[in-house]
Ligand binder design. Structure first.
Ligand SMILES: [Zn+2]
Length: 356
């Protein structure tokens, strides 16, 4: 599974893609930048269009892929109006490697069925309008996921697309009180995987270490995450298999502090930051501490994915994760996915429709 770390134009540090940087991570094969950042900065937009987005970011073309996010999520929360033609012109000139349809309408699980239907229809209309070229169609987890699959099946050009984007997974799996039961979501995503066999599926906005397990077990091909930066800003680091720990008091988040045992474990961390600066580097404030924590967090994501894949290949995942994935709110989900996978295929099919 390809991890696509989300970056921000506000600060390109730590430059994990740059082999001249002390924070270089050769494992990184892609990154994601949001069009919302270019919408906010006309200068950045122009420079990326004039020079190409790879040159603009200093990303080596061919070695690291640039994924563009359409920024729909941010536009929605800020009530921005982004013109479709501004986005498509940007795509044509800046030439990212991967880019979704200009807009999608992201449903929240708490919305009424009628509103969700409207969002589905508008997103599908956009998918159909951009069926003829490199734009990646988007589907949303929720009440209309089955309808998306049906509409794609009925449209030969959309059916030919090699890549798809899947949004809305995290709010449906977490937080929202009205989210359909987890069993149904998991089964519906397994159904998407089956119906889009042979296609690459990118999942938007998956956060930390434990969600990686969910995405990997569901056989999704790539996922983006900005969690490594968001946590670092708040003084939080990720540990393998366990989740978040506070190392620097930079906010009022209710996050557990690192224990003595975990500090011992951190001494053997081989990320670029811990190797050079140790625990003190992670504890620093200001930019330096942010860079150290962020690169540590990202490194842990790569390590975790490598571990997951190794155990899946060796058929040892089911015994390994029981010990490895501790204190995670996602552990019950992993249990559920494995249980569902072990069910008879016919039963999965029968259960796979999400009730409206
Ligand atoms: Zn580290």
């Amino acid at each position: 599974m390809l991890i696509v770390p989300g970056i921000s134009l506000k600060s390109l540090n730590p430059r994990f893609w740059d082999n001249q940087s002390e924070y270089y991570l050769p494992q990184a094969k892609a990154l994601m930048v949001s069009y919302a950042d270019f919408h906010a900065s006309r200068t950045a937009r122009k420079r990326a269009m004039d020079n190409g987005i790879h040159e603009f970011l200093g990303v080596p073309r061919g070695r690291v892929q640039v994924f563009l996010d359409n920024g729909a999520f941010k536009a929605l929360s800020k009530e921005w109006h982004v013109r479709e033609s501004d986005y498509t012109k940007f795509v044509e000139e800046a030439k990212p490697d991967w880019y979704p349809i200009p807009k999608d309408y992201i449903p929240a699980p708490s919305m009424s069925t009628q509103k969700q239907r409207g969002f589905y229809q508008r997103t599908m209309k956009m998918n159909e309008a951009y069926r003829h070229d490199g734009y990646v169609p988007i589907l949303h987890v929720g009440r209309y996921l089955e309808n998306y699959l049906e509409s794609i099946k009925q449209n030969p050009q959309l059916g030919q697309k090699k890549e798809f984007g899947l949004g809305g997974l995290v709010p449906n799996l977490l937080r929202s009180p009205n989210a359909p039961a987890h069993d149904e979501i998991i089964e519906s995503i397994m159904n998407v995987r089956k119906k889009l066999a042979g296609k690459r599926i990118h999942v938007f906005g998956i956060g930390g270490v434990s969600t990686l397990h969910v995405a990997a077990l569901l056989q999704l091909d790539s996922m983006d995450s900005s969690g490594w930066r968001n946590r670092a800003i708040r003084g939080i680091i990720q540990l393998p298999g366990t989740g978040d720990r506070q190392v620097a008091k930079l906010g009022n988040w209710n996050v557990r502090e690192v224990s003595k045992r975990e500090i011992e474990e951190l001494r053997s961390c081989t990320c670029p930051s811990c190797t050079r600066y140790g625990l003190n580097g992670l504890k620093k404030n200001k930019t330096e501490g942010f860079n150290n924590r962020a690169i540590h967090n990202l490194y842990i994501l790569f390590e975790e994915v490598a571990l997951i894949q190794r155990h899946l290949e060796k058929n040892s995942y089911e015994t390994w994760y029981q010990k490895h994935l501790t204190n995670s709110i996602y552990k019950p989900l992993v249990d559920k996915i494995l249980a569902t996978k072990n069910q008879e295929p016919s039963k999965i099919r029968a259960n796979s429709k999400i009730r409206a």
